[in-house]
Write a protein that binds this ligand. Structure first.
Ligand SMILES: NC(=O)c1ccc[n+]([C@@H]2O[C@H](COP(=O)([O-])OP(=O)(O)OC[C@H]3O[C@@H](n4cnc5c(N)ncnc54)[C@H](O)[C@@H]3O)[C@@H](O)[C@H]2O)c1
Length: 331
């Protein structure tokens, strides 16, 4: 049984590669390296360089490696950028999903885990959002592309009932499970703050007038190694023929503000700093916290690592990258 990890050279995908291998699952990676790094994939993991929007690359990845299940992570994730470049996001995220599903149906594959996002909820009306909350009002083309992809998967599975699937709606994924696997996203809070600190700059905070306890955005942060473990459970259930619901939140059910993260950064790095307070960015909901009950009940999965471990491991990985490459592997 081999699992295809699309986007396996990315920040999250590379952690899932490690977790699957630790769990004894064979993997193959398909990645176009648009935002990922070849160095993030161990040399002995089969690697196909290509796009999920390219049917031939998808066919190569599936057919040359006897793939039986897919974790589909490949895509673009920057909500703010998606507001400026909706066509790019729809192509990478929605067309990519469509091409992949066509190949899945053609081959009668029956196991599919989709990397969805809390952004499908937009700004929820409730404090802690459950999976069955109303979706359909994401705040960015990115969130819309994730929701459409979930619907595509659901609709295809409705006419191909052999296709067992689940969408994991990640909340804010941070930290590092290995020193060489840092998050380099230019728009995510953790790497932005760490980059500023190692460059002697003031970390920017976007929006201080949100209706939250200190005016900054609230997010539900989850350690990437915990998230990777949730995929091992999901894939294991699909391999064992156990039921999965169509969607699971993957978070901790706890909200943390941006300023609280900065406090944790000061404590972990030992660097004192004053943030550079900026206006809001487009496409950022004020608060989003996910209920972690469904995944705990069905999968027996709960996040084990807390905020301190998230910040500390992110800092360690960031310093490792700076020491070995002077920054991200390709910079
Ligand atoms: N990081 C988060 O907090 C977060 C939260 C919710 C959902 N997600 C989702 O998780 C997935 C992985 O995110 P990440 O943080 O690891 O981002 P990432 O940018 O590090 O990883 C994405 C990977 O996909 C590859 N890729 C992009 N477009 C591709 C294409 N068309 N064909 C093949 N490969 C392609 C990139 O090269 C990269 O390796 C994404 O789908 C993202 O939307 C991430």
């Amino acid at each position: 049984m081999t699992w295809l990890l699309t986007g396996g050279a990315g920040y999250i995908g590379s952690h899932i590669v490690l977790a699957f291998r630790a769990a004894g699952k064979e993997v193959v990676v398909l990645d176009d390296l648009s935002t990922g790094y070849r160095e993030f994939v161990p040399d002995d993991v089969p690697f196909v360089e290509g796009s999920v929007t390219d049917p031939q690359a998808v066919a190569r990845a599936l057919d040359d490696h006897g793939v039986t299940g897919i974790v589909h992570l490949a895509g673009w994730k920057y909500a703010g950028v998606s507001v400026e470049r909706p066509l790019h996001f729809y192509r990478q995220n929605v067309t990519g999903m469509q091409v992949l599903l066509e190949a899945v149906v053609e081959r009668g594959l029956d196991r599919f885990v989709f990397s969805s996002s809390s952004s499908v909820y937009g700004t929820p009306a409730v404090e802690v959002v459950p999976e069955d909350a109303e979706v359909g009002r994401p705040e960015s083309p990115y969130g819309e592309s994730k929701l459409i992809s979930e619907w595509l998967l659901r609709d295809v599975a409705a006419v191909h009932p052999e296709l067992r699937h689940t969408s994991l709606r990640y909340f804010n994924v941070v930290g590092s499970g290995a020193p060489h696997l840092a998050d380099h996203s230019p728009y995510n809070l953790f790497p932005r703050v760490l980059k500023a600190l190692t460059s002697g700059e003031r970390p920017q905070v976007f929006g201080t007038d949100y209706p939250t306890r200190d005016g900054t955005c609230i997010r539900d942060y989850v350690h990437v190694a915990d998230l990777a473990d949730a995929h091992v459970v999901a894939a294991g259930r699909l391999d064992d023929g156990l039921p999965c619901q169509t969607a699971y939140n993957v978070g901790r059910g706890e909200g943390v503000t941006v300023l609280e993260i900065l406090d944790a950064m000061r404590a972990s790095t030992g660097i004192d700093f004053e943030p550079d307070l900026q206006p809001r960015r487009p496409g950022d909901p004020s608060r989003i916290i996910g209920s972690a009950e469904r995944i705990a009940q069905d999968f027996g999965w709960t996040a084990e690592r807390g905020l301190h471990e998230m910040v500390k491991s992110a800092w360690t990985a960031w310093q490792h990258q700076v020491a070995t490459h002077g920054g991200p592997p390709r910079s």
